[in-house]
Design a protein around this ligand. Structure first.
Ligand code: 4NP
Length: 170
């Protein structure tokens, strides 16, 4: 058995993105972070879920798939999953896309859950507390805005995890 503290191995960060349906914002954030981490050579686990069960087992919205593809990222293989109590033990960091998602996360969080929970845009100076707008009911332009936000945030997460490791606080 290896003790990370004694051997100076840093534990691997694991990041979970949470939106409402897990077909628009959080799968785009998952794709953006997977891509940014791979490009940076950073070994992390990444997943996404919804607070609601509407789209469990479904692929991302076709507009989200097309938007990610325009930026060179394939998210077509992802499938919807709902947030579970086990996620609070499995992930080091949980990021909510908006304030309603944050309330849903906190309502489900077991007491003393080890995961650090924050709003995604808290990782960007000047955007603390702000929400990633839900593009689901809008046009394609909203998906492009969403991609810009989640990919900028993903780059910031990679930079902080590279510098501070899995214990980084956002
Ligand atoms: P998301 O967007 O939370 O970014 O995946 C939505 C997807 C589906 C629904 C709402 C928001 N819906 O009501 O089905």
């Amino acid at each position: 058995m290896v003790n990370a503290a004694e051997t100076n191995l840093s534990p691997r960060a694991s990041v979970l993105f949470v939106c409402l349906g897990n077909i628009c914002r959080s799968p785009m954030a998952e794709g953006a972070l997977r891509d940014a981490a791979a490009k940076a050579g950073l070994d992390i686990a990444v997943d996404s879920v919804g607070t609601a069960a509407y789209h469990v087992g479904e692929p991302p919205d076709p507009r989200a798939v097309a938007t990610a593809a325009r930026h060179g990222v394939d998210i077509s293989g992802l499938r919807g999953r709902q947030l579970s109590a086990a996620d609070f033990d499995r992930f080091t960091h949980i990021f909510a896309m908006d304030a309603a998602n944050m309330a849903g996360i906190k309502a489900r969080a077991p007491k003393h859950a080890p995961a650090k929970i924050a709003m995604l845009l808290d990782v960007l100076p000047g955007f603390v507390g702000e929400s990633v707008a839900d593009p689901y009911y809008g046009d394609d332009g909203g998906f492009e805005v969403c991609w810009r936000e989640v990919s900028t945030a993903a780059d910031a997460i990679v930079a902080r995890l590279q510098k501070e490791g899995a214990g980084a606080e956002f």
